[in-house]
Every structure is written in C-alpha cells, then in structure tokens.
Design a protein around this ligand. Structure first.
Ligand code: FUC
Length: 808
C-alpha cells in the first residue's frame, strides 16, 4: 500500500511531536551475555580457543594454567610465490571440441575434454608458530575463568593458587601491530614463567636478555590436504618463499630475568607484559617474497620497539578505541530473555535442546562482526576459509580463497552490518585477481576481460585447478568467479555511494568482468548461454542416465552473468562513460536465456529439466538470483520466488555450516522469518570440538568457541549467519528499504541500530508486537528511497548527513 500524501504529512508531524523516548531506545544490558564468551576450563582443542586478531596478526589462545599455548598467525604467510598465470598457454584450443561435444549432446566427452582446461592447485595458508608460556605455581589451581569480550576485543584468564589470584589479559592491537599479554599475581614475587616458541615451518630461534627471536620461511609448495598422503606434500626451499619473523619481549617492573638457550622468562615477579611482534616478507601478490620481499626482521623489530616504549594502559586504550570505532556502530536487542548466563559451551548445549536464549543469538551475530574486524584489514589479503586462524601446515581445503561461494560469503555481512572498511581487502584482492584473471581468460578460454575459477590464494591465482587434468570438472572447471566477485564492487558502491571510488577503482574491474561474460556467451536457439557450463559441485542425471558435470546454459552461470552485466550497465550510466560497450551489454542482456521452472515446481538448475545426482546437495548456486543477487523477489517475480522456495524445500535444511548460512539468507529473502530463524537455530547447533574431521552431510553447526563447523572449522558460516540476521531485519535494493522483512515470531520485540542499506543509508529500527514502531534513517548523500514496513510506505528524501525519524 502506498502512503498517501496526507497520511505522510500526518506521520511526519507525529514524529516531531513524539517524545524522544519512542524514537530513542536504550539497549538493555543483560549481564554480559551478548558480548562475552566465557568458560570454566582452558581450551583443549583449537575449536575451544579464544581468537584475537588485528586483521593481519592472529592468535588462538588456549589459556592453560600450567602452560598457556597460543597459536600465532600472520594473514600474509602462505606457501608459494607469485603464480605465473600463463601455465597452460594452449588450453583454450580445446574449447571448440568441448563446444562441439555439447552441440552433439555428448556430455561424457565434454566432461573428459574439460580436464584439458585445468592448471595448478592453489597454495595454502600457513601457521606461523606456537608460543608457550610455562608457569610455576605452588599448589593446585581453583576458580578458573576464561573469557573473550567482543565489545572491547580483550580476552582474560584468571584463577587462584594457594590464595594467590593470577590473571592474564590478551589483545592484538591494530594501531600498534603487536600482541599484548598482561600477567599478574596478587602476591608479590609469586609470578614465575618462561616463554618458548615453536613452528612447523623451517625456522631458527635465538634468545637474548628478555627477548626471544625466531626467523623462518614458509614452504614453496603445500598441496591441498584433500589429496591425502602424497609425495612432496610440503616442500621447503631455503632460497624461496615467504620469510617470517616472530619477536617476543618481556616488559617487567619487578622479578628476575631468567633465560635458557630456548626460553626467556621471569622469576619472582608480580606482574609483567609480554609483547609479540610478527612480520613477513610478503610484498604483494606479484612480487617474489624471497628476492623482492619486505624486510620482515626490520618490521618486527620496529613494531616491537615502538610498542615497548608505551605503557600497557596506553596500548590497551589505543587498541580499544580503534576496535570500538567499528564494533560499536551496530547494536541489537531482541527483548527480554529468561536464559541463564552460562559458560558458552554449556549455553550452546542448552540452546540445542530448543530453549530460548536471545542473547546467544545476538552474541553470534555480533561475533561475526568481531571476526571480520579481527581478520580483514590487510590490503589484498581478504579473510580466508579460516579467517586468519590456522594451526595446520596442510589446512582443510588449503584454507584458501574458495570462490565458488566461500570467499564471497565471508563478505556478505561487511556492508549491511556497517563494516564497509573491512570489505576493502576484498576489493584490492579483486584488483589483483583481475590481473592474473586476464591471462587466464585468454589462455584457458580464449576470451577477453578477466575471470576467476574455483580457488585462489594470496598470489591471486585465477586458473581452473585440478593439477593439469586430475580435477573433477564438477569443481575444477567453473568459470564464473570473476562475474561473482565483480558484484562485490557494485555492492560496495551501492552501500557507500562513493562515486569517486567507483570511477577510479571499481568500474574498470566491473567492466573487465562484464567483458569476459560478453565474450564467453554463445548463441543457442536465438538466446545467449554459457557453454561449457558447470553448476558448482552439483551433478545432473541427463535423459540418457549419464551422471555428469559439464553441460550448457547453467542457471547459476546465467544469474551471475546477468548480475555482472546489469551492474556494469548501471555503473556506466552513472559515470556517463563507455556508451558503446554498454549497448553491447544491453543487447546481450535482452537475449540471455531466462530462468525456468522445473517439473517439480523448482527453479531449474540445468538447461534441461534433468534430475540431480544429489537433490539435497549443499551448493545452491542456481538460487544466486534470490540471494546474494537481486533478480528474484517475492514481489517482483513471485513465480520464480516460489520456485526457489520449492528448491529449498527439496534440499531440506540439513547441510554444512556455510550452506546453512546461505540458506538462512535465502529464506530471509523469501520473507520467511520463521524458516530463516529455524535454520539460524540449527546453525548454532552445538558441535563438539573435533579437529580436522570433514563432514559434508548434515554436520554443520557451532563449536564451543562459536567458530562455524562445516565441519571442520570454516569461517564463512559465521559470516553468512551474521549477515542473515541483518537480512531478516532489513533488506534494500537501492530504491526500497524494507524494515523487518523476515522477522521471526520468536523476535516479537527489539531494536537494532546502525544497519546499512543500499543507497547510502543507515537505519535504526524499534519494533514491538512483531511490528516496526519507529525508525531513524540517516543518509550519506542526497538521496531518496521508499521505506516499507508492514504495508506502510514512507517516501524519504534526505540531504547528505541528515536524518529522518519515521513512525509506523
Ligand atoms: C567447496 C565446498 C566445500 C568446502 C570447500 C572449502 O568445495 O563444496 O563444502 O566449503 O569449498
């Protein structure tokens, strides 16, 4: 229903007469339950550790009493060196034969020939090392407590031994680029500890007074863990690969320094600060880290020297001010709760029995934001499959960038939960991969523009993987990575309205991705389709009973091509540039093969209405148009939206972590808050810590430290889950903002502050009895939009920096 002019005026008048209590909402504080993870025991497994990070350095803290173990990471420490994208220069020559096989409906042959369009596997994200702090006490520990407070990005451990109270505080500072650990004992002289360091990488460690120094280098090659026990799985070459330094220094006011040939420590102290500085020689995706690398040793020392000159309190203050600048932008309240404030692991177990715990739901949402601030602040180095936290030399799926969903899902929360700055490492990564991707497009597919495939790494590799013929085309031969990544550029513009950025940085990349799509499309029966095509990781059963991956005109491909080209058109109109190119795109868009609905009422995934090998498969890329895309909505394309719903119903809800994260967003876009909420609860299903065990079927959930369980740990589910909460509360497309479009019955009242909407708006909403009561809209630029809630529409026109209060 449209809001009549009269009613609109009346509404606005009411707003001005309203007392501020209705507009402003005080966010209730229920103990610390919405921002603290806490436990009664130290971590035993990685998935119980408390993780800290400054977007580059990462630490996973076990918090042990006798010995504290801390896994250290640096986002820029990967195996390998710059990739030569020209690794299979004649691969494109196989394309005509593949297309011919497809024209002849010989899918088996097409699958076989696709193996010829494959290249290297990606490199792996590396663990830097492990730091141990070994303590000496006289007596047994009691009253152990361990926490991570995500409102100030600080972790704490405390316990008592023989009447002495011991405490530790840990954080990793972005402004000072060091990890800081504060140790204290309540009794003078009762603190005794020694620090040691180890690494699975080649390294040497030396000790000087109050300082431990380790220098090493990453492997030149590390093969994907899913290849199993293969020869040369990890290869070191002393003259090649990324170098690293780790420096540990102790700052104390009392006690006696005690060193051995491998440890540095203190005896008889009362308090001390341990500082850890790490650095690598990584100097960009296209520079040799051994020959043209940064001086890791000098950087680590410089950071350390500067941090040593500051007091603990000053370091902590600078860290918290920096962190809270981002974190505090969004607040969420879901109303009264009766849930007790239990340790987080017990809380998850209780929640899994179906009990109410709204603050756990808020905590999970905010934890996703915490993880993104902590893992995504390094240009060109977006958060990987494990963010930045990885203890394994052969991590699951190389802990790489998996572009057929996972790398993108990591960033679904970036803009709408008001962390646009954290999206920037992804933007600069796209800039890098567009460079290698241009060579890949030419040599693998004989096409202009740039593209990317299933996997990438810090070297921005873009080729189809599979080790030159050994990969199954179902995952190795997927060519839409550039099209999908490109949509992040436009989303960044839509949320920020930063036209200068679009003009100077975004547009060329969008143009290149669209140019690839244009060149890649082929004609069939007067329509444009992709050929060959695969639908990420799904297999069809064709009319001859063949189980295959390669076909033509895949729905997922075309949804991504459509989004990429439409957005390039929109950007070129906005920037008033490239009219000729735009015409070509517009013409192609008109001829694209459309979405189709299958015999089961589902959104058809294949060009023909074939059956799926695995109808419950975790991937659902053909629903891209519903989410993250915007081509299908219940309002503008109700039949297609219903078909997406049918597909989701056929798939069911049991799936891996990231897939659940995606489906919650999909249900939210169908305005089905209750189904979205059901799956959100399932995403938070307690999964016991279990190391690296991989489970594809229905094992998804949440580990004790709130890490997403694929299983194993994969961070995309965290980010997808957080994004979905925002999507349940607010949806936008640049013209319309929908308030509470998928509010579940369980969230009858509440308030949210600081969510972002496309069009450059910031939105706060208060709701009660399942209906929006009031909202505040702030605009970054002069802009207009329709704000829709419960059938009421407000037409809003705002000047840059201004806000409007709305009542519903
Ligand atoms: C894709 C997915 C897997 C996993 C991996 C990292 O291959 O199919 O489930 O998330 O990426």
């Amino acid at each position: 229903m449209r809001f009549s002019q009269n009613r609109k005026r009346k509404a606005v008048r009411i707003i001005f007469l309203l007392p501020m209590v209705l507009i402003s909402y005080s966010f209730a504080m229920y103990g610390q339950a919405t921002d603290v993870l806490w436990y009664k025991l130290p971590a035993k497994y990685f998935e119980e550790t408390l993780v800290l990070g400054n977007g580059k350095m990462g630490a996973s803290v076990f918090g042990g009493m006798e010995s504290d173990k801390i896994y250290l990471n640096d986002a820029t420490l990967w195996s390998g060196e710059p990739v030569d994208p020209n690794m299979n220069p004649e691969a494109f020559k196989n394309l005509p034969a593949i297309r011919e096989a497809l024209n002849n409906e010989d899918y088996k042959l097409a699958d076989e020939l696709q193996h010829k369009i494959q290249g290297k596997f990606s490199q792996s994200y590396m663990p830097l090392g492990t730091m141990f702090i070994d303590f000496q006490y006289n007596g047994e520990a009691r009253n152990y407590y361990r926490e991570l407070n995500i409102s100030n990005a600080l972790s704490k451990v405390s316990f008592e031994v023989a009447g002495v109270f011991y405490s530790r505080e840990y954080f990793i500072s972005y402004p000072d680029q060091v990890m800081v650990i504060r140790l204290k004992a309540s009794k003078k002289g009762a603190l005794h500890f020694a620090v040691r360091f180890n690494s699975q990488l080649n390294h040497t460690t030396s000790i000087s007074v109050k300082e431990l120094y380790s220098n090493g280098y990453a492997p030149i090659a590390a093969k994907p863990n899913y290849l199993g026990d293969v020869p040369n799985a990890v290869v070191f070459d002393k003259d090649k690969g990324t170098r690293f330094s780790a420096l540990v220094a102790i700052k104390n006011t009392d006690g006696n320094v005690s060193v051995t040939d491998s440890t540095v420590g203190l005896k008889d102290a009362s308090s001390a600060t341990i500082l850890v500085s790490v650095a690598t020689s990584f100097n960009g995706f296209n520079r040799d880290p051994a020959k043209e690398g940064l001086d890791n040793e000098a950087i680590a020392r410089k950071q350390m020297k500067a941090a040593l000159s500051k007091s603990y309190e000053d370091l902590k203050k600078a860290h918290q001010t920096d962190y809270q600048k981002y974190f505090n932008r969004v607040k969420l309240d879901l109303g009264n709760t009766t849930a007790p404030n239990l340790p987080t692991d017990e809380r998850l177990e209780r929640y899994a029995t179906g009990k109410e715990d709204k603050n756990l739901e808020i905590l999970y949402f905010q934890y996703g934001r915490y993880l993104l601030i902590s893992s995504s602040r390094t240009p060109g180095v977006p958060a990987n499959l494990q963010g930045i936290w990885n203890p394994y030399i052969r991590p699951p799926w190389s802990s790489n960038y998996t572009i057929n969903i996972n790398a993108e899902e990591n960033y679904w929360l970036a803009e709408n939960t008001n962390l646009s700055e954290m999206h920037m490492p992804m933007m600069s990564f796209i800039n890098n991969i567009a460079e290698t991707g241009q060579v890949t497009a030419k040599t693998f597919l004989g096409t202009d523009g740039w593209m990317a495939c299933h996997n990438s790494d810090i070297w921005a590799m873009s080729n189809p993987v599979g080790d030159f013929g050994h990969g199954d085309p179902v995952w190795a031969n997927w060519y839409m990575g550039g099209a999908w990544l490109s949509t992040h550029l436009w989303e960044h513009y839509l949320f920020t309205q930063d036209k200068e950025w679009l003009k100077n940085e975004g547009y060329e990349l969008m143009r290149g991705a669209a140019a690839f799509c244009l060149g890649w499309l082929v004609e069939k029966d007067g329509e444009l389709i992709t050929s060959p095509s695969t639908s990420p990781e799904n297999k069809y059963i064709n009319s001859d009973g063949y189980y295959g991956a390669t076909f033509y005109g895949g729905t997922a491909d075309l949804a991504m091509v459509r989004a990429c080209m439409e957005q390039a058109v929109a950007a070129s109109i906005l920037l008033n540039t490239d009219a000729d190119f735009r015409l070509k795109l517009e013409d192609a868009l008109k001829r694209l093969h459309p979405f189709t609905i299958g015999k089961k009422g589902n959104l058809q995934e294949w060009y023909y209405d074939w059956n799926d090998e695995d109808p419950q498969h975790r991937h659902q890329s053909h629903l891209f148009g519903l989410f993250p895309g915007h081509q299908i909505t219940p309002v503008t394309t109700p039949e297609l939206a219903n078909a997406c719903r049918k597909t989701l119903e056929i798939k069911g809800d049991e799936t891996t972590g990231w897939s659940k994260g995606w489906r919650i967003n999909l249900w939210a876009r169908l305005y089905d808050g209750n189904h979205a909420y059901k799956m959100y609860r399932e995403l938070l299903k307690y999964v016991p810590p279990d190391g690296m065990r991989t489970n594809y079927s229905g094992g998804g959930g949440t580990y004790p430290n709130l890490f997403d369980a694929h299983p194993p740990f994969q961070i995309d589910g965290n980010f997808g889950g957080s994004a979905a909460v925002a999507e349940m509360l607010l949806q936008s497309d640049g013209n319309e903002i929908r308030l509470l479009p998928a509010l579940p019955d369980a969230w009858g009242e509440g308030a949210v502050n600081g969510l972002c909407a496309r069009g450059g708006f910031e939105v706060s909403i208060i709701w009660a009895n399942h209906l929006a009561k009031s909202a505040v809209i702030t605009s970054k630029t002069d802009n207009t939009c329709k704000v829709i809630a419960g059938g009421i529409v407000h037409e809003v026109k705002l000047k840059a920096g201004k806000k409007i209060d709305l009542v519903f």
